[in-house]
Design a protein around this ligand. Structure first.
Ligand code: ZN
Ligand code: ZN
Length: 169
């Protein structure tokens, strides 16, 4: 979906219809579930803020099973016009959420793809209490409770236990 900057009125432009956006992602398995974006002009710049909700196929970092992750991406971006000549414009370090538009056009698909990618979890989990794989037999503990002897407590769980003790009064 392309939005013309000159079409954005004084009171801004709302994009709240996932159907109107269609399929913004290169990978058709990624899907917009809903969005609520507002575009406003600030002199030459365009401010985009709001939220994107999407489902993105991920692989669980514990049990290695594929699942559909629900992603909620908060958007707060300033788009500045890309200078015609210079391709090597440097942004200041504090301009992390600054991007470019060109030719009076905001490429909303590209923005949605970028913001969704940034919101993906570093360590995706199919569910918060995923039991993961058995370190002995490699079985998925969510599916079968195997009878392998588990020796010491999992060091990650021990860490959580310590944390729990420190947090409790
Ligand atoms: Zn899992
Ligand atoms: Zn096992």
């Amino acid at each position: 979906m392309i939005i013309r900057v000159s079409d954005i009125q004084e009171d801004g432009l709302a994009v709240e219809d996932a159907a109107a956006v269609g399929a913004p992602y290169a990978d058709p398995a990624w899907q917009v579930e809903g969005l609520s974006l507002r575009l406003e002009r600030d002199a030459q710049d365009v401010l985009v803020h709001g939220e994107i909700r999407a489902t993105v196929p991920q692989v669980c970092s514990r049990c290695l099973e594929p699942f559909s992750a629900r992603v909620r991406a908060g958007v707060d971006v300033r788009l500045v016009p890309r200078p015609a000549a210079a391709d090597n414009v440097e942004l200041a370090a504090d301009d992390l959420d600054v991007d470019f538009y060109r030719n009076d056009e905001v490429d909303l698909d590209a923005l949605i793809e970028t913001e969704t990618t940034l919101a993906l979890p570093m360590k995706p989990l199919c569910r918060d209490d995923c039991l993961g794989l058995c370190p002995v037999c490699g079985g998925n503990r969510n599916v079968t409770a195997c009878a392998c002897a588990t020796r010491a407590t999992d060091p990650r769980l021990a860490g959580l236990q310590n944390l729990g003790e420190r947090l409790s009064p």
